[in-house]
Each structure stands twice: as C-alpha cells, then as structure tokens.
Write a protein that binds this ligand. Structure first.
Ligand code: SAH
Ligand code: SF4
Length: 387
C-alpha cells in the first residue's frame, strides 16, 4: 500500500481485466490467480465466460489438466479459440508447476517422498505410500506451520506461508504422474497430513479439495479424503457445515489441557472442552465418525491412566483413535513408545469401547515424518555452504 495517498478502497473495477473469480480473498492467495489449478470447475467456467469464451470449454480444459495431461499434442486437439486463450494465458498454465528438489524411495519400495520447490523457492513435502494398484498421497497445506507442536519437524521450522489451492492440487498431480512412470496406478486416498495446518488455510484447502474430488478430473471421492487438524475450533465448526463429507482427524496427543498444551501449544488457544464440544457438533451435524490422532511418546502420554482419561474424554462420540509411535525429530528429545506399552494403551481404549489402530509411520528411512525431509535437506545445504 502506498503511504501518503488519499485513503480509498481499491475495488475490482479499478483493476483493468481483473478476473471476476477471486472476490472472496482469504488466506492462501485466493485473491491472486496464478494457475488454472487454483480454480474450481465453476470458477474456471466463469473465467472463460469473462474472457468471451463459452462455459462449455471448461470441460475440455479440465479434462486435459486433470486426466490427459497438458502436452503439445493435447493442446493441439483443443478448439482454436481455446488454444488462443491458453497461449495468452500461458503463465496460468505453465508458470507454476513445482520443481523437484528431492525424490527419494524407501528401501521397501512402498514409500516415495518428494521435496517440491515452489515458484518463490519455498520447499514442501509430498509423500506417496502404498502398494501397486492402491496408494495414498499425503500433501502439505502450508510451507512450514505456525502451530509449533514440539515433536513435529514442521512445527520446529516455523511458518513461512499458506499454499494456494493450485499448489495443493499440484502435489497430487505430481505424485500421480511420478508413480505412473513407475508403472503404478490406483491413487485412492488423500490425507492432509504433510506440512502445515489445513484449517489455518481453510478456504484454499477447501477449494483444493473441491478440485481434487471433482468427478470430471482427479475424482478422489470426499470419503477417501482425510483432513487432519491440530484442533482449530472455528475450522472444525465450519467443516461441520460443509456438505461434501470429507473425513476429519483431530490430533489430540493429550487428554488434559496441561499435558496436551505441553506438546501442542495450540491447546492453550483452544482448550479441550471447546475442542471436544466442536467435535460433538461435527458428529451431530454430519452424522459421521470422527478420527483422533495420538502420537505415542515414551513417558509423556503413553500410560494406562492416560489411556483411561482419553477414553473418558471421547465417551459418547463415534470415534476411532489412530495411535502413531513418535518419529524422532532433531528438535525434540522424546522417544517412541515401546510396542508393549502401545498394545496396553490400545487394550485400555478397547475395554472402554473405543476402537483404535496402531499406525506405523512408514518409510522412516526416507525421513517420512512430516517436515523431516526439508529439515534434513536444509542441513545438507548448510553443510555445503559452510564447507
Ligand atoms: N497439522 C495437522 C496435519 C499435519 S501433521 C495436524 O497436526 O494434525 C499430521 C499428523 O502427524 C499429526 O497428528 C501430527 O501430530 C503427527 N506428527 C507430526 N510429527 C510427528 C512425529 N515426529 N512423530 C509422529 N507423529 C507426528
Ligand atoms: Fe503443525 Fe501439525 Fe506439525 Fe503441529 S503437528 S506443528 S499442527 S504440522
């Protein structure tokens, strides 16, 4: 903003050729169209119409971007007006594909992890996990994270910026295409468990999910998409009103405010009574099961008494608990719970009627914990500079 200028609100009408599609500017750069991948299908239709084309052209464009691929051959098949429009808007199509800073396969061949470089140099992590014919992609929603969970490599690096919808969508496309080169197809599930807090970047995340779940394109059904949140209460309440039916997982890690806040500072802002009340609202309004994540840390949150407290907290909710043994990170001295303690924790939950699963974080040899690859690469770079 210019200083000294008379104070006046700049409206879209002041901006020549402004796109009519980003009126509801919010976090994540939804006000600045950078890529066609930032647009939901209705937004793409509106953009085409605003530029004098017909809405029907959106179908061919969408199919090319999300199904067939943006190749010279496929562009040549489009109608001449659409080709001309694409040429004029080249930056929107080509200017934003992420670069690959690292591409690592786990030794068991089941996990592949990408460190992608965005246009401004930020790096984010995307992970593909699974077997041939069926795999899950885990995407980032922010570069870094503002929530500061003490055991999390992303929390330890702090917040850089929100991702735009197209930067979230691009991760899915990248993983799908890279795995296809390996002969792997079958992208079935999407989890928002990479870097960042999805509900801190609500509008861009929901736009990205609308694009990703669109049946004309990537077609990952809402029931196959899990949004994982640290417990941003206003976001949980907004999600309760959404009609699309994404799965929700809430990261708890502690069943008293004191124990939780020691690991998850966001617990001070949104205490457990507010958070669990929001979860009850979510279940009542959506009629859906809710998932809770609990990273098991030896001596911190893995005793039978703590399992009892967790069970009491979740009483009456249609809940499923995912127990995740800690993946050690450089900035946190804790260690993973033993298998015996994890089994006991699970037994206590079960006897209170709460189902749970112990999830192994796969691909530890590719630094598959959230934010760990970027941290490790950062060290490599620093070492290179100082050598
Ligand atoms: N910000 C969201 C989603 C990204 S983190 C959230 O916190 O839910 C996805 C999950 O990985 C969260 O449950 C988080 O607590 C967990 N996690 C992060 N770092 C971890 C680590 N080092 N070991 C085990 N789980 C970790
Ligand atoms: Fe952010 Fe989730 Fe990591 Fe916490 S666990 S710092 S909310 S990414």
């Amino acid at each position: 903003m210019q200083t000294g200028a008379p104070s006046r609100t700049v409206t879209r009408n002041d901006v020549k050729h402004a796109d009519p599609i980003f009126e509801n500017a919010d976090t994540g750069g939804r006000d600045t169209p950078r890529a066609l991948r930032d647009l939901t299908f209705p937004e793409m239709e509106r953009l085409l119409v605003a530029d004098g084309l017909r809405a029907i052209h959106a179908r061919a464009l969408w199919r090319m971007i999300y199904r067939d691929g943006v190749t010279e051959e496929n562009v040549a098949r489009l109608t001449p007006p659409l080709r001309r429009w694409l040429a004029e808007r080249d930056a929107l199509v080509n200017g934003t594909a992420p670069g690959v800073a690292a591409d690592i396969r786990s030794s068991d061949g089941l996990t592949r992890k990408f460190l992608l470089r965005l246009g401004d140099g930020q790096t984010i992590e995307t992970v593909a996990m699974g077997y041939p014919g069926r795999f899950t992609v885990c995407v980032s929603t922010q570069a870094g994270c503002a929530m500061g969970c003490v055991f999390c490599a992303t929390g330890q690096m702090g917040f850089s910026r929100h991702l735009r919808p197209g930067e979230i969508v691009a991760q899915v496309l990248h993983a799908r295409d890279a795995l296809a080169e390996d002969g792997k197809s079958g992208l079935r599930n999407l989890v928002l468990m990479g870097m960042g807090e999805p509900l801190h970047n609500y509008d861009s995340v929901l736009a990205a999910l609308e694009i990703i779940s669109d049946t004309r394109g990537l077609n990952i059904g809402p029931a196959k998409i899990t949004i994982s949140t640290v417990g941003v209460v206003p976001g949980v309440l907004r999600l309760a009103e959404e009609k699309r039916g994404y799965k929700l997982a809430v990261s708890l890690h502690g069943a008293t405010d004191a124990e939780r806040s020691a690991l998850v500072p966001a617990g001070k802002r949104w205490p457990l009574d507010e958070l669990i009340a929001a979860c009850r609202t979510y279940c009542a309004k959506t009629q859906r099961r809710i998932f809770f994540e609990w990273t098991l840390i030896a001596g911190a949150n893995d005793t039978p008494a703590q399992a009892q407290r967790l069970a009491a907290l979740l009483a009456g909710l249609d809940a499923h608990v995912n127990l995740i043994p800690l993946n050690p990170t450089g900035g946190f001295s804790g260690s993973a719970t033993s298998g015996v303690a994890a089994t006991e924790f699970q037994r206590v939950l079960k006897s209170a009627g709460i189902p749970s699963t112990v999830r192994q974080r796969r691909g530890i040899d590719v630094a598959a914990g959230c934010g760990q690859l970027r941290t490790e690469r950062g060290r490599v770079v620093v070492a290179g500079v100082s050598a």
